[in-house]
Every structure is written in structure tokens, then in C-alpha cells.
Design a protein around this ligand. Structure first.
Ligand code: 6PG
Length: 253
């Protein structure tokens, strides 16, 4: 299977095995960050793939192993909807994870999708600065989870456009078309994501195989394949795939 020729790709039998591995990595990273810095800075993504991870983290042994009081959760992106909306990335994580573990509310640094985009960008930029590392104006995340759309988008970096602000701003507002509907989003830019110590793509499903294959191999085309813009400057990049997302032979059919 082509996917396994990449040293930073792990292929799992199914989604459950993939998210269990992701939860294990979360524990290892959290233990080290807690030991070294007494806090753990994590950025989450939305969509359906992380649901399995949230449910796994909310049940033993992970629920009891993680130092929740030291973990600070941020978002790689958020939809421009209120937290109670079905499309809210924060709302999803609240229902599946935060409401089931002892994480202090002040450790949840959501993007307020219910306010004007420019206000949400500025507010989140200030929040990131509070947790900045060294001379940066944003945190060096210990762990960032990213997904991948069938069109190749990751976080809310969509194919076909690179906002010039990506090179200078940690957070930008995006309006793009995805799954037939306009996607008003707020997203972290590669400026922040590439500073993470550990970046993990969690991708499952046959419909993602082509986007994974094109993101990882073939022509360098970071405009059409935004995941190619995710290159940690001084950190680890790992792709966790289920067998379907790693089955590239069938992908092009
Ligand atoms: C979002 C995510 C987005 C997601 C991909 C994959 O807000 O939707 O951040 O980038 O990771 O769209 O979504 P699925 O896991 O639902 O396939």
C-alpha cells in the first residue's frame, strides 16, 4: 500500500483503532508538556472524524489518565455559528467531551462564531497572544489535530486560494464553498499551525483517499492541496489513516 511508504504515515484497520492511537499520542504529549511546562496547549479541528476521538478521550482509561486541569483547548477553525448550532465545532466537543471530563471552563478557548467575523478574528488573536510562547504572538501548540476534506481542505484553508494574510496573521476569516454551501469560517493560518510541536492529521474514509494521496505525493501544489502548506518548522507531522483513506490504488478510480 503506497501510504505506508511514508515514514510519517500510520495506517489502522479502522476508525476505532485510529482514534485510540490518537488518544494514546494525546496522553504521551500531555504527560511530557505537563512535566516540562506545567501546561498542555492543544488545538482541535471540527468535522465528523474527531467525534470518535472525543468519545474515546471521555471514557476510561483516557478520561482518568489525562491532566485535564493543565490542558488548554483551542480550535484550528470554527464555523460562523453560535456554540449551540449543530455545525459548531466547539458545541460538538462540548457535548462529546467537555461535559464528560473535569476540564475547567477557563481552559476552553473557543472562537466565538456568533459575533462578526472581524471581531471574532481580533478576539481570538488576543486570546492566542495571552498564551504566546517566547517572542511569538501566539502559542507553540504541543499538539494540533487536523482533518482533511475530500476536496483537500484542512482547518479552513480551502483549495484554490491562498489569502495573502496567511503569511502575516495568525487568524483569518474565510468564506469558501464546501459541500454545496458557503462556509463562513475563522481559521488558524499555517503561521501558527507550523509552529506546533506535534501536528496530527486524522483522516478516515474512502472519499478522502484521493485527497490524501495528492496531499502527500505527486505534484507540489499547495494552492490546490492546502495540507501541503502544513510543514512543522520544528515539530513532528504524523498522518493517522484508516485503511480506506490509505487505499490509494482505488482512489483514482
Ligand atoms: C471543520 C474542520 C475541517 C474538517 C474537514 C474534514 O471545521 O470542518 O476543521 O477542516 O477537518 O472538513 O471533516 P470530516 O472529519 O467531517 O470529514
Amino acid at each position: 500500500m503506497d501510504a505506508e511508504k511514508f515514514s510519517n504515515v500510520r495506517v489502522f484497520q479502522d476508525l476505532d483503532a485510529m482514534v485510540t492511537a490518537a488518544a494514546e499520542i494525546f496522553c504521551l504529549v500531555a504527560d511530557q508538556a505537563n512535566l516540562e511546562r506545567k501546561r498542555v496547549l492543544v488545538a482541535l479541528s471540527g468535522g465528523s472524524t474527531p467525534k470518535g476521538l472525543y468519545k474515546t478521550l471521555a471514557t476510561p482509561p483516557f478520561k482518568d489518565r489525562l491532566p485535564w486541569s493543565r490542558i488548554h483547548l483551542f480550535w484550528c477553525d470554527e464555523r460562523l455559528v453560535p456554540p449551540w448550532h449543530a455545525e459548531s465545532n466547539f458545541g460538538q466537543a462540548l457535548e462529546l467531551l467537555f461535559s464528560r471530563v473535569n476540564i475547567p471552563e477557563e481552559n476552553l478557548h473557543r472562537i466565538r462564531g456568533e459575533i462578526l467575523p472581524e471581531q471574532a478574528v481580533e478576539e481570538y488573536r488576543r486570546e492566542l497572544e495571552i498564551y504566546s510562547t517566547g517572542d511569538l504572538k501566539w502559542p507553540r501548540f504541543d499538539l494540533a489535530f487536523l482533518g482533511l476534506g475530500a476536496d483537500g481542505h484542512t482547518a479552513s484553508l480551502f483549495p484554490g486560494l491562498i489569502d495573502p494574510q496567511e503569511k502575516s496573521s495568525p487568524v483569518i476569516a474565510v468564506t469558501a464553498e464546501y459541500q454545496g454551501r458557503p462556509a463562513g469560517r475563522i481559521t488558524l493560518t499555517p503561521l501558527v499551525l507550523n509552529g506546533a510541536r506535534n501536528l496530527i492529521f486524522l483522516v478516515a474514509g474512502r472519499d478522502k483517499a484521493y485527497a490524501v494521496a495528492r496531499s502527500l505525493q505527486g505534484l507540489k501544489d499547495p494552492v490546490m492541496w492546502p495540507a501541503q502548506r502544513i510543514q512543522p518548522m520544528n515539530g513532528k507531522l504524523l498522518w493517522l489513516l484508516d485503511g480506506q483513506a490509505a487505499n490509494w490504488e482505488d482512489a483514482s478510480k
